[in-house]
Design a protein around this ligand. Sequence first.
Ligand SMILES: Nc1ncnc2c1ncn2[C@@H]1O[C@H](COP(=O)(O)OP(=O)(O)O)[C@@H](O)[C@H]1O
Ligand SMILES: [Mg+2]
Length: 239
Amino acid sequence: MPLILCHSPKGGVGTSFIAAQLAIHLAQRGHDVSALDFTYQDSLKLYFGLTPAQGLPELNDGSADQIAVSGVALFSAYGLRRDATFQDLLGKPDHSPFAGKKIFIADVAAGDRETKDMLLPHAALHVCPLHPRPGSLAALPKVEPGTATIDLAKTGFVLNHLDDTHRLSRHTHIFLRELFGSKLLGTIRRDEAVNEASAMFEPLARFAPASVALNDLRRLVTTVEQAAGLVEAAEEATS
Ligand SMILES: Nc1ncnc2c1ncn2[C@@H]1O[C@H](COP(=O)(O)OP(=O)(O)O)[C@@H](O)[C@H]1O
Ligand SMILES: [Mg+2]
């Protein structure tokens, strides 16, 4: 089940950015990756260096031209959320659209719990980004209402926008490291190059190869590979 579901109960914490970067780095590491934008905002493509005017093909539109950037096939899946055939397929585990060897990275908007709940049973891993800020941490009980953080079976957290020059950011990092333990997949430092790259319609790796966030993402992707069981899948494919 190589679906990696990227969703946070808090918006603006870098979910789309991280989804895009995970897709790009997994593709670089030899995986066959598609990135699915389930959001109305349609901003996932910006982190691939596309412009707002560039439309993405719908995942279920076989006749549309494919778009691949940085080795990742990009699709809009916003319409698919309410597509009866897709929902039907999700209801039949043997026919899961995510059952093949291809890796799907799904970017789901914070407020869209419906889509998150619909995809979670099919996900190998749920990546939940958070900011080291009170408003972000206050959303923790909303990750899976009714389930304690420690009991979240598929969820791994990413602390994004870390800034060691800020005391709250440092302290939050220490606190969450203890709270999450191995559920903390990684941390990503705040890096203005992330925004500058989008503003220039360039992928981060091309715009700022020495970006500190990029360095952190490289580390994150190896942890995600392990947590999502992608290492064994890659080994099987080559054996
Ligand atoms: N590590 C980072 N450093 C600096 N800016 C970041 C970082 N991660 C994300 N951003 C910026 O934060 C904003 C929100 O990111 P986005 O991925 O669109 O959030 P979400 O999908 O959670 O709403 C964007 O302007 C993005 O460029
Ligand atoms: Mg987003």
